[in-house]
Design a protein around this ligand. Structure first.
Ligand SMILES: N[C@@H](CCC(=O)N[C@@H](CS)C(=O)NCC(=O)O)C(=O)O
Length: 206
């Protein structure tokens, strides 16, 4: 049985729940993180010394780091359509997932924390302004890529879309002014046709 630790309003947990539903996997989810606690207990730290979510236990195999979990589940269930074995196709997909962690989060994490988790009078306008610029730069890059491609990689839905589209949805839901990026919006609408995306990623921000 697959067990997933993590609150379902964490973007990194959402990615794991999304891939599970794409594959059709049954799982048990245990709330952990922020108000749910759990992540500071010695038992949890033994599984995940970062004290972060998500963590999974798949029949005794423990894994943390959301993108690694997404790739592991696709590979374990032989979903070559989601994660091909051919090295170049695979590298292209992994590249987008790494980019989501290395570049998209630079703006998106402070932007989300400033706008959603920080009371208005405690916000830092400089942090907010820089995060807005950083996030928009990435969204414009995506818009340019998606003007020529329906999906990020391989011409079809793959695990590359999971972290990136989760961030796109979060960015689009933030209470701020968004520039018109038609290809990016068309991509988001394409994702909205997928039940696993709507079920796990589209939710009010908290
Ligand atoms: N790179 C890690 C980041 C994990 C992470 O920072 N998770 C956040 C939630 S999105 C977390 O655990 N925050 C603290 C908490 O929820 O208690 C991953 O992708 O799994």
């Amino acid at each position: 049985m697959l067990t997933i630790w993590g609150r379902n309003n964490s973007i990194n947990v959402m990615k794991v729940l999304w891939v599970c539903d794409e594959i059709g996997l049954a799982y048990r989810r245990i709330d952990a993180g922020l108000q749910h606690g759990v992540v500071d207990t010695p038992e949890y730290r033994q599984m995940n010394p970062n004290g972060r979510v998500p963590t999974i236990d798949d029949d005794g195999f423990v894994l943390w780091e959301s993108n690694a979990i997404v790739r592991y589940l696709a590979a374990r269930h032989q979903r070559d359509d989601l994660l091909p074995r051919e090295p170049r196709s695979r590298a292209d997909i992994e590249r987008w997932m790494d980019w989501a962690t290395a570049s998209l989060t630079v703006g998106m994490t402070p932007l989300f924390w400033q706008l959603i988790r920080t009371p208005t009078d405690k916000r830092d306008p400089r942090v907010l302004a820089q995060a807005t610029i950083d996030a928009e730069r990435c969204m414009r890059l995506l818009d340019q890529h998606l003007a020529l491609h329906e999906y990020l990689s391989a011409g079809r839905f793959t695990v590359a879309d999971i972290p990136v589209a989760a961030f796109v949805q979060r960015w689009r839901s933030l209470p701020m002014t968004h520039p018109a990026l038609p290809a990016l919006e068309a991509y988001r609408q394409r994702m909205l046709l997928r039940d696993p995306f709507r079920a796990n990623v589209v939710q009010s921000l908290s």
